[in-house]
Design a binder for this molecule. Structure first.
Ligand code: 13P
Ligand code: SF4
Length: 309
């Protein structure tokens, strides 16, 4: 097997030769974050994908993120390191189910989390990410919202925008769902000065005790700049790498729970590896291919989001 240095050298050679850009989410392995051209939350990555003038986008994240890159910049070749890397929450929402809700609530608009598959995006009125959801929902004229698929992000938005009515799809993120308020409170007892920052995909009871709720990069900004040295982080363990790189003087505490792979760990995000990145770049395999009409219809609600924020 090729060692890490040789792999990185091969990736660097290939991305230069082929004018490729490597975009990576914060939940990717540390060694991928270290060599990415850009690391960000899902909104920042979508914008980068839309704006890039590279010929090839290698998107190291889960499939809906690579699909979003293709939809926003369809003339580019988008390569996904591992086709097995999907998002279980995105898979919880179906077109049939959403159409049924639309029928039951004809006066509602469909607001879909970016964590949805392309087919669900085609029947959505607007897309949101955890970073901009509250702002986008507030900006809509509609009073009634069907929110798909994350019930916890949905109820977080509903609490911030009480003047609107919400019909929530009952999806959830399995890794974030398991984090309980008790785990955070036990850590707070050990580190009384600590601030608690969580992702809105955590369950409602957990979100309610946090000092800060935001997207992955908003959590990073809060944790690295807030005035306490100890910060308890309620999101996927991949963030630890970037936090320690940005501000190593602080202590980032990730809850540990023996019941689920130790910490909040997204197995799908970790399916991408340096080997797979080198391989897709070399052979140009695992290209994201979507029918033209899907791209066209899914682009509308994404463009609408990008116009608002
Ligand atoms: P962010 O938009 O905060 O990066 O979240 C993406 C995600 O999948 C969280 O589980
Ligand atoms: Fe999907 Fe959760 Fe993994 Fe994010 S952390 S990609 S929402 S399963």
């Amino acid at each position: 097997v090729e060692n890490k240095e040789a792999l990185i050298e091969r990736i660097n050679y290939l991305r230069k030769k082929k004018n490729a850009v490597l975009l990576a989410h914060f939940y990717q392995r540390g060694e991928i974050q270290d060599i990415a051209d850009y690391v960000g939350d899902s909104l920042e990555l979508a914008r980068r994908a839309q704006e890039t003038d590279a010929d090839i986008i290698v998107f190291s994240g889960v499939r809906f993120m690579a699909e979003t890159a293709k939809i926003l910049n369809p003339t580019k070749k988008v390569l996904h390191p591992n086709p097995e890397s999907g998002c279980p929450m995105a898979d919880m929402a179906t077109v049939e189910g959403v159409l049924k809700l639309k029928e039951e609530h004809p006066d509602a608009v469909v607001v879909s989390y970016i964590n949805t598959n392309a087919d669900v995006k085609t029947i959505s009125d607007v897309i949101v990410t955890s970073r901009n959801a509250v702002k986008v929902v507030k900006a809509l004229d509609a009073k009634k919202i069907i929110f798909v698929p994350d019930q916890f992000l949905g109820s977080y938005i509903a609490r911030q925008v009480p003047e609107k009515e919400f019909i929530l799809w009952k999806g959830f993120c399995p890794p974030h769902f398991n984090l309980t308020p008790d785990q955070l409170l036990a850590l707070k007892e050990r580190y009384p000065d600590a601030k608690i920052a969580v992702h809105p995909e955590c369950n409602t009871e957990t979100v309610k005790i946090a000092d800060f709720v935001g997207s992955t990069s908003q959590i990073i900004e809060f944790a690295t700049t807030c005035d306490s040295k100890n910060v308890i982080i309620g999101t996927e363990i991949g963030l630890k790498h970037w936090l320690e790189k940005l501000n190593p003087d602080k202590n980032y505490i990730f809850p540990v729970n023996a019941d689920y792979c130790g910490t909040i760990h997204c197995c799908d995000m970790k399916k991408n590896t340096l080997e797979k990145i080198a391989d897709v770049l070399e052979r140009e395999i695992n290209e994201i291919v979507l029918p033209e009409d899907i791209i066209e219809k899914a682009k509308k609600p994404l463009d609408k989001m990008l116009e608002i924020v």
